[in-house]
Design a protein around this ligand. Structure first.
Ligand SMILES: CC(=O)NCC[C@H](N)C(=O)O
Length: 170
């Protein structure tokens, strides 16, 4: 059942204690690679300046994990974007990405990168519309091919989307 949440969403950076709830969110969306609960705790502890939570009535219903490339700080790699099934198609992912890019930790970011598998239609829509609405160029290259994943994992290709250069502040 979709929930109309136009006014009640809270956007904030995660903390380590959010790890278990984020893990449950990713598990329940069934579209992303499910990392360990420990991984989501680490993200909330060490990378939380470039991660974002969306919360509705105390429940975590959205999550973005990202980090700036250690080799090139102008590049923000967006690792995962997830919104609960009950809250999708309401602009929550775009709001999380917009709020994230306005964070002090993202000042100076000129390229947004992400790998998006063909079946991840929601992230396809998010990244391409985000770029189009701001007239920012976007490119797609090979990324991580299915053949890079373990045999029998049935993992899809993970093409690399790059949005940029971002000239003006988002
Ligand atoms: C943007 C996004 O959510 N990419 C997912 C990459 C990968 N399949 C994962 O789930 O970590």
């Amino acid at each position: 059942m979709a929930v109309n949440t136009e006014t009640e969403i809270i956007y904030r950076n995660p903390i380590a204690k959010d790890g278990a709830s984020v893990w449950e969110l990713i598990r329940d969306t069934e579209t992303l690679d499910l990392n360990s609960p420990y991984c989501y705790m680490l993200l909330g502890d060490y990378f939380n300046d470039t991660c974002m939570i969306a919360e509705h009535e105390g429940d975590i219903i959205g999550f973005i994990s990202a980090f700036r490339s250690p080799r090139n700080l102008e590049r923000l790699f967006v690792w995962q974007v997830a919104v609960a099934r009950t809250h999708q198609r309401q602009g929550i992912a775009k709001n999380m990405l917009t709020y994230l890019l306005k964070q002090k930790a993202c000042h100076g970011v000129r390229f947004i990168e992400a790998t998006i598998s063909p079946s991840n239609k929601a992230s396809h829509r998010l990244f391409l519309s985000f770029a189009e609405e701001r007239s920012i160029p976007s490119t797609v290259t090979a990324g991580y091919g299915a053949d890079m994943f373990p045999d029998r994992s049935n993992h899809e290709d993970e093409p690399l989307f790059v949005i940029g250069p971002i000239i003006n502040e988002i």
